[in-house]
Design a protein around this ligand. Structure first.
Ligand SMILES: [Ca+2]
Ligand SMILES: [Ca+2]
Length: 293
């Protein structure tokens, strides 16, 4: 196999030949891990990608005493994020592996088995995007929608789920809000515009804790979850598709400073002041009493 350009550049630059070098396949595996988990953004990536033979000086890497195999990868708590390359499973001399407190995932079952075979485990401390994100179709109003998901397995430590919305699937996404912790499985998004299609995506966030110095964010969940908000009929202030006395009562409760008995949608405003007030209540009463079409 021809040497990679980065390899040649270092050789031509006069890097010293190492006393013992790990096989090129192991070097390429380390480089694949760096590239696929945002190595440039790691908290510490000291010496990574330097010349062949220097691998045991790369942050978190240790090689056997003869220097010819990678035996240890200690990259916990280091802002690794993304898909773990399947090649990692080919580091057969690896005895110590610590990838905890990062944002790593894999769907490869044999790689999962390999990772699980190491003493420290890995999967239960990864801040990854939640799965099965969905919109509860019964919850969709002219201005809100209930978004749900399955909590990730790493629910320990403070943090939460950030729920985002966008009018196109590829974004940009706007943060609506964050749940109080990582055991929550839903959040009501409000303030949406009537008759508009929205896409929703969720990220997981873990705050720093005793074992983890960083705020760790997952990637976005799959960006294919969407809903179209209802229309807002002026005067139907509870957005249930009927204008009746209940709307008038809700409006009067609001006007008198009482807590309205159900959600009020200001999007059903009549006179353009973006508030539900006496004008709406009079309109509703006229409508109900057929004084007005
Ligand atoms: Ca109504
Ligand atoms: Ca109004």
């Amino acid at each position: 196999m021809p040497p990679s350009p980065i390899c040649c550049w270092f050789w031509e630059g006069g890097a010293q030949e190492a006393n013992a070098a790990i096989p090129d396949s192991e070097r390429q595996t380390l480089i694949a891990l760096y590239n696929s988990t945002n190595g440039a953004g790691w908290t510490d990536n000291s010496n990574w990608l330097e010349a062949p033979g220097t691998e045991d000086t790369w942050y978190g890497v240790a090689c056997s005493s003869t220097g010819d195999n990678v035996t240890e990868l200690s990259l916990d708590n280091n802002q690794l994020s993304g898909n773990i390359p399947t090649e990692l499973g080919s580091l057969t001399a690896l005895t110590n592996l610590d990838l905890n407190y990062n944002a790593l995932y894999t769907a490869d079952t044999s790689l999962k088995d390999f990772l699980e075979s190491k003493p420290l485990g890995w999967e239960n401390r990864q801040t990854i995007a939640p799965e099965t994100v969905a919109v509860d179709s019964d919850s969709v109003s002219c201005a809100s929608a209930l978004i749900s998901w399955t909590p990730i397995s790493y629910t320990a430590g403070t943090g939460g789920y950030q729920v985002f919305y966008s009018e196109t699937s590829d974004g940009p996404y706007t943060l609506f809000g964050t749940t109080a912790d990582k055991s929550k499985s839903q959040l009501m998004v409000s303030g949406l515009i009537p008759e508009t299609t929205y896409y929703f995506a969720v990220k997981t966030k873990t705050d720093p804790n005793n074992y983890n110095d960083n705020t760790v964010y997952s990637e976005y969940s799959v960006k294919e979850v969407s809903a179209t908000t209802d229309n807002a009929v002026p005067g139907d202030i509870d957005n249930n598709k009927i204008i009746d006395l209940k709307d008038a009562i809700l409006g009067l409760q609001l006007l008198s400073g009482m807590e309205p008995a159900s959600t009020i949608y200001k999007e059903t405003d009549l006179n353009g002041d973006k508030k539900i007030g006496m004008e709406e209540v009079i309109y509703i009463l006229q409508h109900v009493s057929e004084l007005r079409p």
